[in-house]
Design a protein around this ligand. Structure first.
Ligand code: HEC
Length: 102
């Protein structure tokens, strides 16, 4: 009887840990590179060289634009670029990540 209770507790504990981890992996990104690869690279290219969207690398027009322009573009969208649903922290992280590659 005691043993069954222990097994049950362990199953519950592991189910909870599994749910907690898988949930955060879907909703939150922990660094800028993760955000970029998940949400930008399909359109702007892994090397920032552009695909469907324009290049946003060091030699692009975007590179000389102020951070406010980036925040606006990412959160509100621009032309055929859809607004990206990201938290404020994720937006800051992804911009820092892109600028750190210039
Ligand atoms: C569905 C494709 C798509 C995704 C996803 C996307 N973009 Fe864009 N992006 C575009 C397109 C297309 C444009 C050009 C919009 C226009 O000017 O009409 C653009 C424009 C931009 C610009 C302005 C470029 C310039 O020369 O002024 C920036 C900066 C930018 N995107 C950054 C990002 C970042 C950062 C992400 C990820 C958080 C992202 N984009 C996600 C398609 C995308």
């Amino acid at each position: 009887m005691k043993r069954n209770n222990l097994t049950l507790s362990l199953i519950l504990l592991f189910s909870f840990l599994f749910l907690a981890c898988s949930d955060s992996a879907v909703v939150e990104y922990s660094n800028g590179q993760e955000v970029y690869e998940a949400r930008c690279s399909a359109c702007h290219g892994k090397d920032f060289g552009g695909r469907v969207g324009p290049a946003i690398d060091a030699s692009s027009n975007a590179a000389i634009m102020p951070e406010s322009y980036w925040i606006q573009t990412i959160t509100k969208g621009k032309g055929s670029m859809p607004a990206q649903r990201l938290t404020e922290d994720e937006v800051t992280l992804v911009i820092e990540y892109i600028f750190s590659n210039y």
